[in-house]
Design a protein around this ligand. Structure first.
Ligand code: CTP
Ligand code: MG
Length: 179
């Protein structure tokens, strides 16, 4: 059980932190440059170049840090943990950001303003983005690392983690909405 849940969450950590780092680092020029589609913003002011770049960099850096502490952590927990080749780290981190950006695109198309919630999409957009880009950039690693059991754990636990971290971010004043 510890092996399954611990391994799944460990493997997803480089995809979990980018969005939170983007919240802290965000600001500056929006990716869509203010452009509109059908009278609505393409993505909105909540998706910036700086937030995306810093979020991705933090996710990759975390993966490298995890690689460094894996042997010691395995020793303490008595389980085997995944390590991250550079392309897998990039796929998870950048994919998480792109998934979130894709969700903003869908939110704007469905008439939701910046910051509006979209239950389900908000909690899993970055998981889908991360797994897809990891699969594209590091297919063998991704298929080996994300067994069906681990994917199932990720799909169940991620929404819970997402809700908890965002409520905390809202409570301490770094996020505008609690989702
Ligand atoms: N952020 C950013 N760049 C990103 C993602 C997030 O700069 N690629 C920053 C923005 O300051 C954003 C904040 O993180 O306002 C919160 O992120 P999120 O909730 O994803 O954006 P929203 O502002 O809610 O916008 P949207 O409705 O498009 O999700
Ligand atoms: Mg939001």
């Amino acid at each position: 059980m510890l092996e399954l849940v611990g391994g799944a969450l460990w493997a997803m950590l480089p995809a979990y932190v980018p969005n939170n780092a983007a919240v802290l680092a965000g600001g500056g020029r929006p990716i869509d440059g203010g452009r509109e589609l059908g009278g609505r913003r393409l993505l909105g002011d909540g998706k910036t170049w700086r937030g995306t770049a810093v979020g991705t960099a933090v996710g990759v850096a975390l993966a490298m840090l995890l690689n460094y502490v894996t042997p010691a952590t395995e020793g303490v927990l008595g389980i085997v943990l995944p390590t991250f080749p550079p392309l897998a780290a990039l796929g998870l981190a950048l994919g998480a950001m792109l998934g979130d950006i894709g969700a903003s695109f869908l939110k704007r198309r469905s008439g939701r303003e910046r910051g509006a919630s979209f239950p389900g999409l908000d909690q899993l957009d970055f998981v889908v983005g991360a797994l897809l880009l990891a699969l594209l950039l590091a297919p063998d690693w991704t298929l080996e690392t994300f067994s069906l059991a681990r994917v199932a754990v990720v799909l169940v636990v991620t929404p819970l983690l997402h809700v908890v971290t965002n409520v905390i971010a809202y409570a301490i004043g770094v996020k505008n909405e609690p989702w």
